[in-house]
Design a protein around this ligand. Structure first.
Ligand code: NAD
Length: 489
């Protein structure tokens, strides 16, 4: 199926996200015939560009990521540009005139998607102007797509939400969590609910613990200024990590509708054990990278990065133990960890099953390995199941075997990028893979307790070297429960 006719207005059209993700994703949809030919894009940003300059920019951005770009000229001819000042009504009135003109020209039926790919401090202002200056005065649908971060804490998120809900109803707000657009994150529910060998085991009787690692090798790059106000807990845990926990832990929805899925996810987030201030060190570990080595090259520590305080208290690493106090999960720790300047770039989920009651094949101090189900989210996409089998030979000895399924080698087109899927969903009005306000609110209230505590106490940073898997306290977090992190490489 293809998308309905629509005008797509991108605020922040000259920015990094638009260039790296949005233009190539739209082109993919266009090339696959999934984008209605009744579409037009208005790029909006501060710079005094023309339509031609934007088209050139879009062409370049597409060509750097896609070799075979037939029809690129036709594609870019749908793009228009308007220099814009986000707080000036005159600007919006001009935008409205252009939007109405394109509405006629391309038969867009008054359908509009407003994509805010801009600094979050402008989200509220832009949403309000869209209404007061009449950009939402058409007969079609009006959808608002919002990038992360959605607020800085619960209080600011409530404030932002109030402002945008004055203009858009919850059903028309698409809060992006691009992890939810990833193929293997979407696969979590399929693996769970479409397989008789997993579904019956997916609980505290058979699973001993679940580990989610999302590690980066990069440091903060040029984003030091932003990162100083955020840190790993806000930047990664509040959204991506908690979303993955919710998908792993939720009950089967009664049907696959956004409403049913979301209500199951909300129940999980509501069942997260709330942690008292004095218990935080038992559940959460923070880290900040010092100098070290990445791929044999020396790199500087976080405090030496551009726009970073020399005595910064900001976390570039978080490890945590989450308990979900419900019938299915009581007693099963969900360990999460995420950070910058770690050993590898990798997002993986490891589900560790409980040991079988008795090992018949025990030999020379070596226990049987536990069964593991590993879900590889990125950069590899696939699943690995770790089993025990008989070692070849005459003795009844065991050897670990791995069953591997890799998505990367699928024939034909590569797996669609997260943004391609999310844009497609939004244009078709499917909000399943976007975060609902209730999820945002619950995640912030969980994270706020930890961040308030961390802000009030100075940490002994740096506490891990660049190029390692984080502070030793993160290993101890699991050791005291009798577990350890499974390697991610
Ligand atoms: P960017 O700084 O590269 O681009 C910002 C854009 O906003 C530019 O087009 C700029 O012209 C425009 N802009 C800024 N101030 C303006 C003003 N006063 N009036 C009009 N236009 C103005 O930022 P980005 O990296 O593209 O990020 C945009 C959003 O996407 C942010 O919310 C960010 O958190 C989010 N995001 C980005 C990425 C990424 O990979 N870059 C990933 C996830 C989320």
């Amino acid at each position: 199926s293809e998308t309905p006719a629509s005008l797509i207005m991108i605020f922040g059209a000259t920015g990094d996200l638009a260039k790296r993700k949005l233009y190539p994703s739209l082109f993919h949809l266009f090339r696959k015939g999934k984008l209605s030919e009744h579409f037009a894009v208005i790029g909006v940003a501060r710079r005094p560009w023309s339509d031609e300059v934007l088209r050139e920019h879009v062409r370049d951005s597409v060509l750097t990521s896609i070799k075979d770009a037939e029809n690129i000229e036709e594609f870019v001819s749908h793009f228009y540009y308007k220099p814009h000042d986000v707080s000036d009504s005159q600007s919006y009135i001009q935008l409205k005139a252009l939007a109405n003109e394109l509405d006629q020209k391309y038969c867009l039926e008054g359908n509009r998607v407003f994509y805010l790919a801009m600094a979050p401090e402008f989200f509220g202002t832009i949403a309000e102007h869209l209404k007061t200056d009449g950009l939402t005065d058409t007969n079609g649908f009006h959808r608002l797509v919002i990038e992360k971060p959605f607020g800085h804490d619960l209080e600011s998120a409530i404030e932002l939400n109030k402002r945008i809900r004055n203009v858009f109803s919850e059903n028309d707000i698409y809060r992006i969590d691009h992890y939810l657009g990833k193929e293997m994150v979407q696969n979590i529910e399929v693996i769970r609910f479409a397989n008789a060998i997993f579904e019956p085991l997916w609980n505290n009787r058979f699973i001993s613990n679940i580990q989610i690692t999302s590690s980066e090798m990069l440091g903060v790059e040029e984003r030091g200024g932003y990162y100083e106000t955020s840190g790993a807990l806000r930047d990664m845990v509040q959204n991506h990590m908690l979303q993955m926990v919710a998908l792993l832990a939720m009950e089967p929805p009664i049907r696959l509708t956004p409403k049913e899925i979301r209500s199951e996810k909300v129940k999980v987030l509501g069942a997260l054990r709330s942690i008292e201030q004095d218990e935080i060190p038992q559940y959460f570990v923070r880290g900040q990278y010092g100098p070290g080595e990445i791929n044999g090259e020396k790199v500087i520590g976080y405090r030496e990065e551009q726009n970073v305080n020399k005595e910064s208290n900001t976390d570039t690493y978080v490890a945590g133990k989450l308990m979900i106090d419900n019938f299915r999960w009581a007693g099963v720790p969900f360990y999460i960890r995420t950070g910058k300047r770690m050993t590898a770039k990798s997002t993986k989920i490891v589900i560790q099953f409980k040991d079988i009651p008795m090992n018949l094949y025990y030999k020379s101090e070596k226990n049987l390995d536990p069964n593991l189900l590993v879900i590889h989210i990125q950069p590899e996409e696939g699943i690995t199941l770790h089993l025990n089998a008989k070692d070849t030979g005459q003795m009844m000895e065991t050897t670990p075997v791995k069953l591997n399924f890799s998505n990367n080698h699928a024939p034909g087109l590569n797996t669609p990028e997260a943004y391609e899927k999310l844009l497609f969903d939004c244009l078709r009005g499917d909000a399943t893979n976007f975060t609902h306000w209730d999820e945002v609110a619950l995640s912030w209230s969980f994270v706020d307790k930890i961040s308030h505590n961390w802000e009030s106490e100075k940490a002994d940073f740096p506490n891990y070297s660049a190029g390692t898997m984080g502070p030793t306290a993160a290993d101890e977090l699991l050791e005291k429960d009798g577990f350890s992190w499974w390697p991610v490489t």
